[in-house]
Design a protein around this ligand. Structure first.
Ligand code: B1M
Length: 217
């Protein structure tokens, strides 16, 4: 694989080149996770740096995001997870969303893909999800809620959502996992989340662990 080719294609927002690079890598038997971790994700990190340096603006971030998403779509069927839920009688239900005010969905989509690969039944609420939607999902039987946030401003809406779950009397029925670039374990603890995951694979591990403890109690 030439990670530089895929990296450059994403940074330049070139959908066709991104797909071509990803397909070439797959044809050369490069594992999907390696393509993700060595080319696609570093490219988005670079886009963030260029944005901070004011060399990129929102439109450039958007086209790069489109290229990244096209690469991810190609990898989607291959991004199965190491978590094995095959022994479960019914697949646990998880609901994912990017919190209110936040439109970033690439990281959340990755978590969705990996949870699906691990055998969870996943409902994706999308972006800019208000607390009421999460409450509705718990009432519909969700066992795990996954919230994503990418802005230091919107991560505060995770706390708002957890408080809303308490006010609605459903907090004890569900496990809450939070993640996203600005988050830390201590932030997750401070808002009363059950788990924090720094990336999509850890999110699957954490969800599986929480489901197991939930079923044991
Ligand atoms: Co935005 N943006 N953006 N942006 N954007 C960031 C986040 C930023 C860090 C860029 C920067 O300044 N360096 C910065 C935030 C600064 C801050 O809050 N401290 C920023 C800003 C400022 C903004 C706007 C305010 C810009 C503006 O309008 N002036 C605006 C806000 C819009 C809004 O949300 N209301 C904005 C808009 C956008 C676009 C729409 C243009 C676009 C998003 C397109 C899309 O998502 N469809 C965009 C992009 C692309 C980025 C960067 C460049 C890339 C994000 C990304 O997709 N990364 C980002 C810079 C960066 O992250 N370095 C940036 C790749 C992705 C795989 O990683 O999302 O971190 P990530 O997900 C990881 C983990 O975090 C974790 O697992 C994933 C896989 O490993 N994870 C979870 C995520 N969710 C999880 C949930 C879990 C567990 C793990 O459990 C449930």
């Amino acid at each position: 694989m030439d990670p530089k080719k895929i990296f450059d294609a994403v940074v330049n927002g070139d959908v066709q080149e991104t797909q071509a690079g990803v397909n070439e890598a797959l044809a050369a038997n490069v594992p999907a996770e390696q393509i993700l971790n060595e080319a696609l994700i570093p490219a988005m990190t670079e886009v963030g740096c260029l944005f901070e340096a004011q060399e990129f603006y929102v439109p450039e971030m958007l086209v790069s995001a489109k290229a990244m998403q096209s690469g991810l779509n190609t990898l989607k069927p291959l991004l199965a997870s190491q978590a094995d839920l095959s022994s479960k009688k019914t697949n646990p239900k998880a609901v994912l969303g990017t919190v209110k005010g936040d439109l970033h969905d690439i990281g959340k989509d990755l978590v969705v893909m990996m949870l699906e690969g691990a055998g969870f039944q996943v409902t994706d609420l999308g972006v800019d999800v208000p607390p009421e939607k999460f409450i509705e999902a718990v009432n519909d039987g969700a066992q795990v809620i996954g919230m994503s946030a990418m802005l230091t401003t919107t991560m505060l809406n995770m706390k708002v959502t957890i408080e809303a779950l308490k006010d609605a009397g459903v907090r004890d029925k569900v496990k809450v996992i939070v993640g996203g670039a600005p988050l830390t374990q201590s932030f997750a603890d401070s808002i009363g989340a059950d788990g924090f995951a720094k990336d999509a694979s850890s999110a699957v591990r954490k969800a599986k662990e929480l489901i197991t403890t939930q079923e044991a109690t």
